[in-house]
Design a protein around this ligand. Structure first.
Ligand code: C2O
Ligand code: CU
Length: 462
């Protein structure tokens, strides 16, 4: 038996005391508001009309939220929109009650309502936040922003840039955002915009110096566009994917694919000459465009440096117990060209045509939309493997909430830790993760028109 006296003495008491007072202090601090409201911004090039958006804090992307690893983040979501909304903190291994999924973890916040977001930040890295209610429309209207969690010891770079890559579908006459629930988008590759932007502007330009070393935090916040990127006049390494540090920095490949919701942290050196230009190039149907122009003016004093060290690892990145893992499968079906024979929708069996009439085009394991039972139920701490099979004619970016996973590669080794996996037509890929975070966690395609039209399931961690 432990006496009261021994519990209160010694190091245990010394360690708990400051923690308790820190929490008491932070809960007294005023909570900053995160206001979701309409705003007008210039997205299209000068000369075109302004665009009415829905935004967090009046800008698109929304106000950058920056904190340090180990901090607690507190924001009061204030809904000043005309419809219900919610906020999801994408990629954070968060307390389930704070995950922001209406119908699963909370009720949507009605117009005029508020919701207190209050959670720990266990991991450093590049994350983002976005609406999770009618997200195919609300995110497209601008309800998204970067969430940057700094390492205690950041990498040795001259500076960093957060680059939110997105696209908008604008009516060139009115500047308005158009075309949300569109049958063609829902059943094909999702809603692709007609103007690609970086940090909410067309033709993003940054002034840099030759030999400067930059950390670029890339975030794909588009509804459905897969950014297909190349560096030109810049050379560098990927140091993190979906927020999670790579064990070893990898040279940036010739083509870097970023699916919707994915992030990549790059450390790059400006190799273009003083007076020249460098680019983050975007390929669109094999045509090259400048997504970001780096205007090279002047020279940094330091010459070329050695390759960067790995970022400090986040906690609990290891996955063990692959051999006695809980095994599950996920079959993706539907969409234009292939459809499905039959699937369960609203508790009964339907054919593809009937589902399509209700604007549903996709099924996961033969179920359209959120199933009654979770895909799998894991004990807390259990290792889980999900074998996934894309039997559709389209790519999908599959995102698991509350956890990061690793891909089980063909040779049995594990890929980088991610929260969103891009799967092309006919691919079979397997992921593994440790179900460390209790709660109901949605698992869905992040092509948001696909999520809205059937590609949605959930897992349960006890
Ligand atoms: Cu980025 Cu379910 O969300
Ligand atoms: Cu999809």
């Amino acid at each position: 038996m432990i006496s009261r006296r021994s519990m209160l003495s010694g190091t245990a008491a010394l360690l708990t005391a400051p923690l308790v007072s820190h929490r008491a202090m932070s809960s007294d601090a005023p909570v900053e508001a995160l206001v979701a409201a309409p705003a007008r911004v210039q997205i299209a090039p000068e000369g075109y009309p302004q665009t009415e958006v829905w935004s967090y804090g009046g800008t698109v992307p929304g106000a950058e939220i920056r904190a340090r690893q180990g901090d607690r983040l507190r924001r009061r979501l204030v809904n000043s929109l005309s419809e219900p909304t919610s906020v999801h903190w994408h990629g954070i291994r968060i307390d389930n009650a704070m995950d922001g999924v209406p119908g699963v973890t909370q009720k949507a916040v009605p117009p005029g309502g508020t919701f207190l977001c209050d959670f720990d930040l266990p991991d450093a890295g590049t994350y983002w936040y976005h609406s999770h209610n009618q997200s195919y429309e609300q995110v497209a209207r601008g309800l998204q922003g970067p969430l940057i969690i700094e390492e205690a010891d950041g990498p040795d770079v001259d500076r960093e840039e957060v680059l939110v890559l997105d696209d908008f579908r604008l009516d060139p006459e009115t500047g308005g955002i158009v075309g949300f629930a569109n049958m063609h988008d829902f059943s094909h590759g999702g809603r692709i915009g007609n103007i690609a932007v970086t940090n909410g502007v067309f033709n993003k330009t940054l002034a840099v110096k030759q030999n400067e070393r930059l950390r670029l935090r890339l975030i794909n916040s588009a509804n459905a566009r897969i950014f297909d990127l190349r560096l030109q006049g810049l050379t560098g390494w990927i140091v993190a994917l979906d927020g999670m540090p790579l064990e070893r920095p990898q040279p940036v490949p010739d083509r870097l694919l970023l699916a919707p919701a994915q992030r990549a942290d790059l450390i790059v050196d400006v190799t273009a000459e003083d007076g020249g230009e460098a680019h983050l190039v975007r390929f669109d149907r094999e045509e090259a465009f400048s997504q970001v122009l780096f205007d090279v003016k002047g020279r940094a004093s330091t010459a070329t440096r050695p390759a960067p060290a790995a970022l400090p690892p986040n906690p609990d990145m290891a996955i063990t117990g692959l051999h006695d893992a809980l095994q599950s499968t996920l079959r993706m079906e539907g969409g234009a060209m292939r459809g499905f024979q039959s699937a369960r929708m609203d508790g009964r069996e339907v054919g593809f045509r009937e589902a399509a009439q209700a604007m549903n085009f996709w099924a996961l394991n033969g179920v359209v939309g959120m199933p009654d039972a979770p895909l799998l139920t894991a004990d807390r701490g259990q290792t889980v493997r999900v074998a996934m099979q894309n039997d559709t004619a389209f790519p999908h970016g599959m995102h698991l909430h509350g956890h990061h996973f690793r891909e089980v590669l063909a040779d049995g080794s594990l890929g980088p830790m991610r929260d969103t996996l891009l799967m092309f037509a006919d691919e079979r890929r397997e992921i593994a993760f440790v179900a460390h975070n209790p709660g109901d966690w949605v698992f869905h395609c992040h092509m948001l028109s696909h999520a809205a039209s059937g590609m949605m399931t959930r897992i349960k961690v006890l």
